[in-house]
Design a protein around this ligand. Structure first.
Ligand SMILES: Nc1ncnc2c1ncn2[C@@H]1O[C@H](COP(=O)(O)OP(=O)(O)O)[C@@H](O)[C@H]1O
Ligand SMILES: [Mg+2]
Length: 330
């Protein structure tokens, strides 16, 4: 264990963060067996999943902080988008009985993640900009010319699926996914068409609110009858990239990065104040950074939905959720 950071600052932020009513972990009885995800606590029933979005924030493959209201923002963002896209494909939502909870139909998840990209961007090894810089030119039916600028718009959005694997997701062509037995060809075609239709709807609604939906990832499942369902989460700031539309063109022309939803500053603080890959215990993030990230999540939610973010704070969140879950005991 390494001692990281300045202990005086840490103490102060410790006590401030403790005052906020955050959802760190849950242990509800009689609603199914608990599977703890990185961000969500998932209670598994034979036919349903109870997805509880906590305020946990992960980076470096671990929890680095708790962000007030983040769980509710993520869950309500998904709920908004599931409603806005229900005419395109049926989804797993049975009920949203609480801002932090979705009760979902439990189906068999497909072994692929449906990534859709509208812009030449990203920094990870699977990102399209990284691959483009490495000389790749063919991306799911789109052949790009050389000399394109980072963050430029693709002539049309592309379907760029990955495998869903424990170790690391891999980008594979449609042909390779089918050849390697991840999914049947006709089902994958349906997934592609549906993902592109969802993305078009997402871009259209985002644009109405001054945002660009840049790229995203969908998960699908099939029920007992073989019907395709949209599952997991949709168009949340965790599964998608958003840019501000108003400043995009000018910033691109000036060679600047678009105005994006930036949560990197918290990650950087940890990188600069400890070794998040090695240290057993991490320092507490400064309260002002945590508050700022919370503010950004809420601001994006409000811009996207055009609705105020209101949460009933008269009851402690764990009590509020326990009450909301009563009808879903089994
Ligand atoms: N309706 C559903 N039916 C079956 N599995 C689902 C459904 N919705 C989501 N899942 C699965 O639940 C899992 C969520 O776990 P995980 O992604 O680790 O949680 P988190 O995103 O909270 O860290 C994913 O594997 C996802 O495919
Ligand atoms: Mg997930």
């Amino acid at each position: 264990m390494t001692a990281c950071g300045d202990s005086n600052t840490l103490r102060k932020s410790d006590s401030q963060a403790a005052k906020m009513d955050m959802i760190r972990e849950t242990h509800f009885d009689n609603i199914g067996s608990l599977k703890v995800g990185k961000v969500r606590d998932i209670y598994v029933q034979p036919e349903r999943l109870i997805l509880v979005a906590t305020d946990r924030h992960s980076s470096f493959d671990r929890i680095i902080a708790h962000i007030p209201d983040k769980g509710a923002v993520l869950n309500l963002s998904s709920a908004f988008w599931f409603r806005q896209t229900a005419d395109i494909v049926p989804n797993h939502v049975i009920a949203v009985p609480d801002p932090n909870i979705t009760v979902a139909r439990r189906v068999t998840p497909l072994a692929v993640e449906a990534v859709v990209r509208g812009y030449l961007t990203g920094t990870t090894s699977t990102a399209i900009w990284t691959r483009y810089q490495n000389g790749e030119r063919d991306f799911g039916g789109l052949t790009l010319p050389g000399g394109l600028q980072k963050n430029s718009k693709l002539s049309h959005p592309i379907f760029d699926p990955t495998t869903k694997e424990d170790a690391h997701d891999r980008t594979l062509s449609i042909e390779a996914l089918v050849a390697e037995g991840f999914i049947a060809a006709d089902l994958l075609t349906k997934v592609r068409d549906t993902a592109l239709a969802l993305f078009a709807r997402g871009q259209q609604i985002a644009a109405q609110h001054g945002l660009i939906l840049v790229d995203t990832k969908y998960e699908f499942g099939v029920d007992k009858d073989g019907t395709l369902l949209l599952i997991d989460e949709i168009h949340t700031p965790d599964s998608s990239r958003y840019w501000q539309a108003a400043s995009y063109a000018a910033r691109l022309a000036a060679g600047e990065e678009p105005d994006y939803f930036d949560k990197e500053f918290l990650r950087l603080w940890f990188r600069d104040h400890c070794d998040p890959y090695k240290d057993a215990v991490l320092p507490e993030a400064p309260a002002e950074l945590v508050t700022e990230l919370s503010r950004r999540y809420i601001a994006l939610y409000q811009q996207l939905t055009g609705e105020a973010f209101v949460l009933d704070r008269s009851v402690p969140p764990l009590e509020r959720m326990a009450q909301a879950l009563k009808p879903f005991e089994h």
